[in-house]
Design a protein around this ligand. Structure first.
Ligand code: GLA
Length: 716
C-alpha cells in the first residue's frame, strides 16, 4: 500500500513539474543558439543568445528580459513597440499564444511566435528564420489589430536582443559623399546610443545600418565574441543600444519611427523589415564570412552567379559625348576585353537637354542631338563589336528644369507654402503615388521594350529627402517615409517580375544605398564616387565586413595618383570595371590592362565565391592585405597594398589564413606590369599550408611607396 502511495505521489509531482516547466523555444544554427522562454505570466523572454550548447544546458536557463518589450506598462526603458489604442490607452501587453516551426530544408527554418494582448484585439507575430550552415538569424515582426478604429503605432521594431556582458564594444560605419563607411569602435556606456537615418531616399549617406557588437572585449578579425547586424530596409532606420542600470544591453532595430507615427487600420498587418544578424565566437572575420555566404545563397540577386567586367563612361566623358564617341568607346572596351559597356548620365532629354546636372532629369527620351539613332542603335553597334550594352537611370528624381516637372507638379515631394529645397539641383518624386510608381517602372520598361538587348542597368538616386511632403498622402504625412520605401519595392518587384535576371547596379551618388532588402533586386552596388585607389582600400574594406566582394563595384579610373597597376589591383578585390579613357593608355598600359581583364576572369571565381580573410588592416598599419580562399581550399588569391607614402617602410611577414595545412601550394605573383619582375623571394616555390599559415610570407619585400602585389596560390 505504501509503495502504491509513493508511486502516486511521484506521478503527481512529476505531472506538476511538467505543467510548471516553462516552455522554451530554441533556435539553433551550427554554432549559435537563441533561447526564448515562456514565463508563468505568459510573457516571452530571451533566456540566452550565444554559443551553441548541449541541449540539456538550455533547460537550466529560465527567465531573462522580455523579447519584444512593450511601452506603457511596467517597462521604464526603451520599448520595441508602442501602441496607442483607439480608446487612447497607450499600453500594450503581449502574451504567448502559440508557436510553430516551418522547416524549409536542412538549412532554413522559420519559427513563428504568436502573441496577443489579453484585453485588446491586437496580435503580434515574431518571426525568426535561422540559416543553419551560415550561422545567420533573420528576425521580423507582424503587427495586426482588430479594434473598431485605427490604432497609432509610435514604435514598431523589427527585433529586440538582450545581452549581459561586462563590456559592450560597438563598431559603426559612418561617412558622407565620397568618404563612405569609416569604421569606428567605442565602448558603450550607461544610457542610450542611437544610430539612425532620417534621409529617406539616400538613407545611408551618413550612417549605415551595419554594426558589430562585441561582448566583454574589443574583438579582432580572429578573436572575440560578437554579433554582426544589419537591417534590410532602404529607408530611414534606427538602432537603439541601451545599457541599463544593471549593465544589461538591449538592441532595438527597425524602421526609424522619427516623424513616422503609423495609423494602423483595423485588420491591417504592419510588417517590419528584417533584421539580420550572425553570431561569431571567433572574431569579425568569421562573422563576415557567414554574412557573405548567406548573402550569396539567399539575399543578393543572382548571388552565386557571375558578374560582368565593364567599361563605364562617367569619369571618361562626364556629360560630354555623342553617338560617335560612344561607338569609339565600344572599341576601347573591346580592346580591354570587358564584357559590357555602361552608358552613364547625360543621354536623355530634349526640351531641356541633360548636358549637366541642372536639367533634364525625368525626361527619359534619348537626346536627339547626342543620340540621333537612339539606344537600340547603340545596342546593335555594341553587339556587333562583341560587347553588351548597359545604361544609367535615376528614375525616382526630377530636375525642376524638365518637362516632367512642368507636366506633373503634383508628382513631386515638396512642402506647400515653402521654397523648393534642392540637392544636386533636383527633387524627389512622390513614390507613394501609384501613378508615380507606374512612371518609374516605365523608365525601365520603355527602355527594355525599345531596346530589348539592353543587358544592364545602373539605378541611381542622388539626393536624400528634405523638406518632404507628399501631395498624394494628404493628411497621412507621417506615413511618407515608410510608404516611399514600400513604393520603391513595389516598382522593383514589377521590374523583377518582368525582367527577372537583368543585372542591375544599385547606386546612390556613391554608397548612399547599400542594404540587403535592395540587394534582393540588384546584383551589385556602387560603394562610392571616390575612386581614388588609396581611398578605395578603406571604403571597400569597410563594406567587406558585411557584403561579399562580388557585390562591390570597383572601377579603375584616373582619380587617384597611384600607378595603373595599383589602381587595377585595388579594383580586382571587388567586381572589377573601368571608367577611364582607354585611348590615352600607352601600349604597355593597354597590354597590362587587357591581360589584367583576362587574369581577373580566371581568378574571379575565387574572389567572388571564396572565403575572405582580412589579414592586415589599413586602420592599423600602412598597408592592407586581403585574401580569398576557394571553398575546397585548392586556390587562394592574396592582395597586398602598400599604403606607405613617406618612405620605404619595414613590413613583417604575414601569416595567411584559411588554407589547408596539409596541402601544398605553389606561390606565383601575378598581374605584373609588362617589363617588370617580381621581387617575391618565395615566388614559384611550393610551400605547405602549414608553413604559409605559421611562418607566412614576406609580401612586401621592398615596400616601395604605394606599390601593390597580387599573389596566386595553387594546390600542387
Ligand atoms: C552619381 C553616381 C555616379 C554617376 C553620376 C552621374 O554621382 O554615383 O557614378 O553615375 O551620378 O550623374
Amino acid at each position: 500500500m505504501k509503495k502504491y502511495i509513493a508511486i502516486v505521489v511521484i506521478a503527481f509531482i512529476s505531472l506538476q513539474l511538467t505543467a510548471q516547466t516553462p516552455k522554451q523555444i530554441i533556435l539553433e544554427t551550427k554554432n549559435a543558439a537563441l533561447v526564448l522562454s515562456v514565463g508563468s505570466n505568459q510573457r516571452v523572454t530571451q533566456s540566452y543568445l550565444g554559443k551553441k550548447l548541449p541541449a540539456a544546458d538550455y533547460t537550466q536557463m529560465r527567465g531573462g528580459r522580455e523579447v519584444y518589450l512593450t511601452a506603457g506598462m511596467e517597462n521604464p526603458n526603451e520599448a520595441a513597440i508602442r501602441m496607442v489604442h483607439s480608446d487612447a490607452n497607450p499600453s500594450l501587453e503581449l502574451q504567448y499564444v502559440s508557436d510553430a516551426v516551418n522547416k524549409k530544408d536542412n538549412d532554413v527554418s522559420t519559427t513563428n511566435i504568436i502573441l496577443k494582448d489579453p484585453e485588446y484585439p491586437v496580435e503580434v507575430v515574431l518571426h525568426y528564420t535561422t540559416y543553419y550552415n551560415e550561422d545567420v538569424f533573420k528576425c521580423w515582426t507582424e503587427i495586426k489589430q482588430h479594434e473598431k478604429k485605427p490604432v497609432v503605432l509610435t514604435e514598431y521594431a523589427s527585433s529586440m536582443l538582450h545581452f549581459n556582458a561586462d563590456e559592450y564594444w560597438l563598431t559603426q560605419f559612418h561617412g558622407d559623399w565620397a568618404r563612405e563607411v569609416n569604421m569606428i569602435e567605442e565602448k558603450l556606456t550607461n544610457g542610450i546610443k542611437t544610430i539612425d537615418s532620417k534621409l529617406g531616399s539616400r538613407a545611408n549617406l551618413n550612417q549605415t545600418q551595419t554594426f558589430f557588437l562585441s561582448l566583454n572585449n574589443k574583438s579582432t578579425e580572429t578573436e572575440g565574441e560578437l554579433i554582426a547586424g544589419t537591417l534590410s530596409w532602404t529607408g530611414n532606420f534606427k538602432y537603439t543600444f541601451e545599457v541599463d542600470s544593471h549593465n544589461g544591453l538591449r538592441i532595438i532595430s527597425g524602421i526609424n519611427p522619427y516623424a513616422s507615427e503609423y495609423h494602423l487600420q483595423p485588420n491591417e498587418t504592419f510588417t517590419t523589415p528584417e533584421f539580420i544578424f550572425t553570431y561569431s565566437a571567433n572574431g569579425k572575420g568569421q562573422a563576415s564570412r557567414n554574412l557573405h555566404k548567406w548573402a550569396r545563397n539567399y539575399a543578393v540577386l543572382n548571388g552565386n552567379g557571375p558578374r560582368m567586367t565593364l567599361l563605364n563612361n562617367w569619369e571618361a566623358t562626364y556629360f560630354d559625348f555623342d553617338e560617335k564617341r560612344l561607338v569609339e568607346l565600344f572599341d576601347e572596351g573591346k580592346k580591354l576585353g570587358v564584357e559590357l559597356f555602361l552608358l552613364d548620365d547625360g543621354w536623355f532629354a530634349n526640351k531641356y537637354p541633360r548636358n549637366n546636372d541642372k536639367a533634364g532629369l525625368g525626361d527619359w527620351e534619348e537626346n536627339k542631338a547626342k543620340l540621333p539613332n537612339g539606344i537600340s542603335y547603340l545596342v546593335k553597334e555594341a553587339e556587333s563589336k562583341g560587347i553588351k550594352f548597359g545604361i544609367w537611370i535615376e528614375p525616382e528624381m526630377v530636375n525642376p528644369k524638365s518637362e516632367l516637372y512642368e507636366k506633373h507638379p503634383d508628382w513631386i515631394l515638396k512642402l506647400p507654402n515653402r521654397k523648393e529645397d534642392y540637392s544636386r539641383n533636383q527633387l524627389v518624386l512622390d513614390l507613394t503615388n501609384p501613378k508615380v510608381q507606374d512612371f518609374v517602372f516605365s523608365v525601365v520598361d520603355n527602355i527594355m521594350t525599345k531596346a530589348p538587348g539592353v543587358a544592364f542597368f545602373k539605378w541611381d538616386c542622388n539626393r536624400p529627402m528634405t523638406s518632404a511632403y507628399s501631395p498624394y498622402l494628404k493628411d497621412k504625412q507621417s506615413h511618407l517615409y515608410i510608404e516611399y520605401t514600400r513604393g520603391l519595392y513595389k516598382v522593383l518587384q514589377r521590374v523583377r517580375a518582368k525582367y527577372p535576371a537583368l543585372p542591375m547596379m544599385l547606386c546612390s551618388g556613391g554608397g548612399g544605398r547599400a542594404d540587403y532588402e535592395a540587394l534582393k533586386y540588384f546584383t551589385e552596388f556602387w560603394p562610392s564616387d571616390n575612386t581614388d585607389a588609396f581611398e578605395r582600400i578603406f571604403i571597400q574594406w569597410g563594406y567587406s565586413y558585411f557584403f561579399p566582394s562580388k557585390t562591390l563595384s570597383a572601377h579603375i579610373t584616373t582619380m587617384g595618383k597611384q600607378s595603373l597597376k595599383y589602381r587595377t589591383d585595388v579594383a580586382m578585390m571587388g567586381r572589377m570595371g573601368y571608367d577611364i579613357r582607354v585611348n590615352s593608355f600607352t601600349p604597355f598600359e593597354l597590354q597590362f590592362s587587357s591581360e589584367a581583364v583576362r587574369t581577373y576572369k580566371r581568378i574571379s571565381p575565387v574572389i567572388w565565391q571564396g572565403d575572405q580573410y582580412r589579414l592586415v588592416s589599413p586602420y592599423e598599419a600602412n598597408r592592407a592585405v586581403v585574401m580569398y580562399v576557394s571553398e575546397d581550399k585548392s586556390k587562394a588569391i592574396v592582395f597586398n597594398y602598400n599604403m606607405n607614402t613617406r618612405r620605404q617602410d619595414i613590413f613583417n611577414r604575414v601569416q595567411l589564413q584559411g588554407l589547408d595545412a596539409n596541402k601544398k601550394y605553389r606561390l606565383k605573383e601575378i598581374n605584373l606590369f609588362p617589363d617588370t619582375r617580381t621581387n617575391q623571394p618565395d615566388n614559384d616555390k611550393v610551400l605547405t599550408g602549414e608553413y604559409l599559415m605559421n611562418i607566412g610570407l614576406n609580401l612586401s619585400p621592398r615596400a616601395a611607396a604605394l606599390t601593390s602585389n597580387v599573389y596566386e596560390l595553387t594546390e600542387e
